[in-house]
Design a protein. Sequence first.
Length: 246
Amino acid sequence: MRVYCGKDYEQASRIAANFISAQVIMKPDSVLGLATGSTPIGTYEQLIKWYEKGDLDFSAVHSINLDEYRGLTADNDQSYRYFMNTHLFDHINIDKKNTFVPDGTEPDAEKACRDYDEIIRAHGGIDLQILGLGHNGHIGFNEPDSTFCKGTHCVQLTESTISANARFFASMDEVPKEAYTMGIQSIMQAKKIMVIVSGEGKKDIVEKAFLGPITPEVPASVLQLHSDVILVGDEAALAGYHKALQ
């Protein structure tokens, strides 16, 4: 695993954006695995700036997002489709027909998951998978469990994840309790994985995920088994990791 530390969130976001831009330049028809949440917003903003300068062309890129809340429509301002449109897709020349997010409105969970796995398979897998890291070690919505879930599946969100998401909704009652998420196997089959972390609040889980035992109770720990992982973070998020290595 390669670790890159930025002084602050802005610098870390720029580092992460550099890896994504290099991927797109080297392979214009790349399949990018994209993530939502507050952490990658700075990275997406930097990519938009480079696109607007004429440095990047996303016209041949395909994207496959990690997850989506079950029950939310694409035009709901808390859906991950809406998030991606707002923070990236609306501002670059990617063809939205080539951008994929699980269908949160599909009531048949088995069908929704099966269809999404077929999308991943049909595109030949993911060239570069972007991940955030939850405070409990979740990647996508793969929550702590007794086993690693392989394919796309419907997950019952943990109380800690629901609480973390509550700030985005008017009330706790509105916070989705389930989500469709890409499975650990699909994530691990990506050719390259980049994890972006920021803030002191991620310090302990970064150390636990990347220096602790590999266990489904810390889903991100499985990334220790991948041959090409990049960890990008700011000084606050990586402080525990660096201290443990001293």
